[in-house]
Design a protein around this ligand. Sequence first.
Ligand SMILES: Cc1cc2nc3c(=O)[nH]c(=O)nc-3n(C[C@H](O)[C@H](O)[C@H](O)COP(=O)(O)OP(=O)(O)OC[C@H]3O[C@@H](n4cnc5c(N)ncnc54)[C@H](O)[C@@H]3O)c2cc1C
Length: 404
Amino acid sequence: MNNESVKFDYCIIGAGASGLSCAIAAASNGKSVIVLEKNKKAGRKLYATGNGRCNLTNRYADTACYRSKEGGYMELLFNLCHGVDISEQVCSFMNALGIMTTEIDGYVYPASYQASSVVWGMLDELKRLKVSINCDCEVIGIAQYGDEYKVTCSDKEYTASNVVLAAGSCAYPSLGGSKSGYSLAESLGLKVSEPEPALTALKIKETKHFELLKGVRAKGRVDACDRHGRLMASEYGEVQFAEDTLSGIVCFNMASLKPDRLRICFFDKVPDREIFLKHADRTLVGVLNGFVNDKLAQYMVESFGLKKSSCVSDISIKEIDSFVGHIAELEFNITGTEDFEKAQAATGGICLDQIDPSTFAVKGRKGLYACGELLDIDGKCGGYNLTFAFLSGLKAGGGYNAQT
Ligand SMILES: Cc1cc2nc3c(=O)[nH]c(=O)nc-3n(C[C@H](O)[C@H](O)[C@H](O)COP(=O)(O)OP(=O)(O)OC[C@H]3O[C@@H](n4cnc5c(N)ncnc54)[C@H](O)[C@@H]3O)c2cc1C
């Protein structure tokens, strides 16, 4: 074992969005910092965000866009956005690094629309601040000895006065997601709520006629319901149909709720009996195709038990009324979500009641901090998770003292 002779003020575990932000903040306050990263390079997940465009933050970011499995998070979030627009804080941080931002309907991206520009901007700032990032270096143990922490990797040991757990969640293992951060936290006596996949596709039970919908993308109002049919959440947006899943931002946002069924209305105005009667000679699919995608129209007809070729005049007025009821709210039974392999985030993590909301320090543990997705907090799709990772990282590092 090679003991690194230098003692650092901060040893940060994980070179993702939160760990890099934390390192920038701590070093900008004159602290000596080392970042340990198990991947071969820093910011691996960050490069892949927003399909490579990196949705940094969102103009509509507020506490309602976040969830916590065990709760107790409001104070933590309010402290991040206290009195200042939360997305503005992310943009100012980026601007201070020389990264300009641009916005589409509230979604904020780097002006380059390249996630790499964010990673490179952060790494250049760390270089300027003389922070080393040791990659290919998985932390396997942390122990506290008085006012000092010993951080152990497979072939080296580091000593630091402060340790920051910024190891992220176990979502998307192909980009570095792992349970390692949870285990390290537990080894230090912290309570961790079992992680579960979030921001991922919902698996559906239907098989009959569902194959018709494969590849269809359609906008609608999506209601997530529990097994008693009670409404859990409602959102408007695009639904994407695949082999046996429903995805798209609205469905992703509902994954952590674990709904039992979705009710979806694909119409701005549901066609009524009069509309059908006006076009009595046409097929039902033909009439519906005036409102929605043809495959969706066919699914609506066949899942009602009629043939694709059925004309309006083939069915009674009573049946038309009942058909209108069927198409107004298509119902899909949900059997679960995709697993961590395809989840963009995880619910669960280090329980928030252990975290000091103004510093992200672990309460009662001098020199121990936690930030980012490793905490029991997850945001909706749209830049909210990176927002939390950046801002919690900056706080854990004592706040960014930008170069003037
Ligand atoms: C495909 C995809 C697209 C996404 N797009 C967006 C988006 O556009 N906008 C948005 O807001 N969010 C997005 N997210 C979510 C967002 O990327 C995460 O919430 C965010 O990166 C979390 O930052 P973090 O620093 O907490 O964790 P991470 O970025 O995961 O960083 C943690 C780091 O710690 C390292 N690590 C773990 N254990 C150890 C250990 N024992 N020793 C050393 N290193 C360790 C990991 O290798 C990793 O590099 C996306 C996620 C995915 C998977």
